[in-house]
Design a protein around this ligand. Structure first.
Ligand SMILES: [Zn+2]
Length: 345
């Protein structure tokens, strides 16, 4: 994700935030915590801000020129005065994996070695004359040792380094880290801006579905775009079929189809479905699946609110501890059997 978003254009709803951030240039805090709803482009904003700080001939309003050497290096991902720290994909060692008592892996984290690796960068002067931005995205992905290691750097500001921490939930960032950052909140885009942006991205055939994807993404356009990508969209189709058929078809047959699906693609969709089912049971309209209101009403007649909310709570906890179960088939069976049980007589 990092590589292809680095040079991506800034969505229009983030322009005002970028200009406002650039207004801080003369008195820039040592560390900013950029927070706001998930999937609205906070990471993109942080990178555009970082590029603007590095640019050697910025535009009058402070934005990056996209033409100078510094902008070229940044776009190529090799500016010597810039670092981005994000969870590494699947680098857990065999030993670490064996140590786990549960047959599953936790969600990706930023680890202490990644923060220690910044020491050389933070400790020496920049290669060029300007600032040295470090983007940490997502900052709530820092595990505890990593957060503690970062603390030392945040406590002893060094030179021109500027930390830009990005988090959907500022409250999920370690309090010791959070308290040393200046909070910066990015607002969500208006529904019109979000729909126009997504519609343009999806192309003419899919544009009509922009509203559906946005509903599922709580109005966050980048998250909606990710949901509309072919792999995620296929998981979505499968899920819609499953939730409608299960009371009749039974969970075991349905689970088969999910054995080959990555849990992070479909479990959040099931969480959203269950949350909408609870809403309908409580007399509220569906929020994430407004087009499925009739199905949700039909299912609601076969279950009870407290049963559904108990399952929703269990599912949320489950999704937090296990984003990549080792045995996808068993994991799917377990979840779908529990879903089926919601409608037991
Ligand atoms: Zn430039």
């Amino acid at each position: 994700m990092t590589d292809d978003t680095r040079a991506e254009a800034l969505p229009s709803w983030l322009e005002a935030s970028l200009i406002a951030l650039l207004g801080l240039r003369q008195s820039l805090p040592h560390a900013l915590l950029i927070q706001g709803p998930r999937g609205i482009g906070k990471g993109l904003l942080a990178r555009h801000f970082a590029q603007s700080l590095l640019c050697e001939s910025p535009l009058p309003d402070g934005r990056a020129c996209a033409r100078c050497d510094a902008c070229g290096w940044f776009a190529a991902g090799n500016h010597p005065d810039f670092r981005q720290v994000s969870p590494l994909a699947d680098e857990e060692s065999g030993g670490e994996r064996a140590e786990r008592s549960r047959s599953e892996r936790a969600r990706p984290e930023i680890k202490i070695d990644q923060i220690r690796a910044l020491a050389g960068f933070v400790g020496v002067g920049g290669h060029r004359a300007g600032r040295k931005p470090v983007v940490i995205d997502p900052a709530d992905g820092l595990n505890l040792p990593a957060a503690n290691a970062l603390l030392k750097t945040l406590e002893e500001p060094s030179g021109e380094t500027v930390f830009l921490l990005v988090a959907a939930q500022g409250a999920a960032v370690a309090p010791t880290v959070r308290s040393r950052c200046v909070p910066w909140t990015v607002p969500a885009p208006s529904a019109d801006l979000a729909r126009d942006w997504l519609g343009a991205r999806l192309g003419s055939e899919q544009a009509a579905r922009a509203a559906d994807w946005l509903a599922l993404a709580d109005g966050a356009p980048l998250r909606a775009l990710a949901l509309a990508e072919p792999g995620a969209a296929a998981a979505h189709r499968l899920l819609l079929q499953a939730v409608q058929e299960i009371p009749e078809t039974g969970a075991m047959r349905i689970a088969e189809g999910f054995g080959s699906q990555a849990a992070p693609l479909w479990v959040p969709l099931l969480q959203s479905w269950v949350s909408d089912l609870a809403r309908v049971l409580a007399g509220a309209p569906a929020q994430r699946y407004p087009g499925q209101q009739a199905v949700l009403r039909r299912l609601a007649q076969r279950t009870r609110l407290h049963t559904v909310t108990a399952f929703a709570t269990w599912l949320d906890q489950q999704a937090r501890v296990s984003s990549h179960p080792l045995n996808a088939r068993l994991y799917a069976e377990d979840l779908w059997l529990r879903y089926e049980a919601l409608f037991a007589r």
